[in-house]
Design a protein around this ligand. Structure first.
Ligand code: FES
Ligand SMILES: [Fe+2]
Length: 360
């Protein structure tokens, strides 16, 4: 690996991770182990699992997950995999249940994941129900979001998030915001192409996003890297059109949380982006849109349209980049010292996680 990527180099001498990391299924397999199974991952919203029996399902890089609120009020996470033949326990995105019944052969688990019912299983030897509960995963809540960690977490969620919780509290950034809409996009690119594009310090804003460029003060765009996070921020300048009407206030703040989550905050408008790997050259980006309570439906629609336009522009370049990464002419690239410290920070954190696991 070291021949292709050296995370110890200063930014001015650094190179990107090699192109094969964006195209090779062996790299994605390594990322499943050392990136997605070893970070806190967003799986849904707390309001979806508020009451006893409320559940949600998710997929973390191929691992089916079930999160459910118990009768005792405790939120628990499990692999959404039946202990009998590995069928999913729940297939809906979210809902309510009094018990967890596998639809394949009808085994039932209680809301705490304990195996309770095993139809027609008498006479099976050396089988203990209490050793066949749903396999648990660590679960946490922050920012109105539910997070899961597939392996023993090295850090509690709040510590993993570094400076983000204090920033949100200091600015009351999420206060009074309500979830309004969700939009998913499937992209023909590796998940890291999307993250790289997000973390280029505004380098592509003027060239790719003309409407957005009108409301950002590009000269004052700043990128701060800290642990598992990168904060990009820019003062807002009053602009025209839909972007000008929906992107107001004093500051645009774009938070990235390693490896695949983003929170974009404007005044009274927020969206989160979750980047899900679907294959070496495919990913899905899920946008959740939040607005100040009482925001007019027309404002919500207009704001979502602005985000959708920006996303369409980003999809265009990301898919083109993926095609370029497949070219025999390209292996690695260099970073703008002025703009691209966030993108290099991502590569450093990722490169250290994958060290010794993949070759260039
Ligand atoms: S797979 Fe769940 S009961 Fe058979
Ligand atoms: Fe963009």
């Amino acid at each position: 690996m070291s021949q292709g990527f050296d995370p110890s180099l200063p930014l001015a001498r650094a190179r990107t991770i090699p192109n094969t990391w964006y195209t090779d299924s062996a790299v994605l397999a390594a990322e499943r182990e050392t990136v997605f199974a070893r970070t806190w991952q967003v799986v849904g919203r707390s309001e979806q699992v508020k009451d006893a029996g409320a559940f949600l399902t998710a997929d973390i890089a191929g691992e089916p997950i079930l999160v459910v609120r118990g009768d005792d009020g405790v939120l628990r996470g499990f692999f959404n995999v039946c202990r009998h033949r590995a069928a999913p326990i729940k297939t809906e995105e979210c809902g309510h249940a009094t018990k967890l019944r596998c639809r394949y052969h009808g085994w039932t688990y209680d809301l705490a994941g304990r195996l309770r019912g095993t139809p027609e299983f008498d006479g099976v030897e050396e089988f203990a129900k209490d050793a066949n509960g749903l396999v648990p995963v660590a679960v946490g809540e922050w920012g109105g979001l539910v997070w899961v960690h597939l392996t023993e977490p090295a850090q509690p969620l709040a510590a993993f998030l570094g400076p983000l919780p204090a920033w949100v509290e200091g600015r009351s950034a999420f206060a009074g915001l309500e979830w309004k809409a969700r939009q998913s996009y499937d992209l023909a690119c590796n998940w890291k192409v999307y993250v790289d594009n997000y973390l280029d310090g505004g380098y592509h804003v003027n060239t790719v996003h003309p409407a957005l460029a009108g409301v950002l003060d590009y000269r004052e765009y700043r990128t701060v890297c800290d642990g598992n996070t990168v904060l990009q921020s820019s003062p807002i300048t009053p602009g025209d059109g839909e972007a000008g009407r929906t992107r107001t206030g004093d500051l645009a703040a774009y938070w990235w949380v390693y490896p695949n989550f983003m929170v974009n905050v404007y005044s009274g408008v927020m969206d989160t982006n979750l980047v899900l790997p679907l294959g070496p050259d495919r990913c899905r980006v899920v946008f959740d849109f939040y607005f100040a309570a009482g925001a007019a439906p027309e404002f919500v629609a207009e704001s979502v349209r602005v985000a959708d336009q920006v996303q369409a522009e980003d999809i265009g370049v990301c898919e083109e980049v993926q095609r370029g990464l497949n070219s025999r002419s390209y292996t690695t690239g260099r970073f703008s010292v002025k703009r691209e410290n966030g993108g290099y920070h991502f590569h450093q954190v990722l490169g250290r996680a994958l060290a010794g696991r993949v070759t260039a």
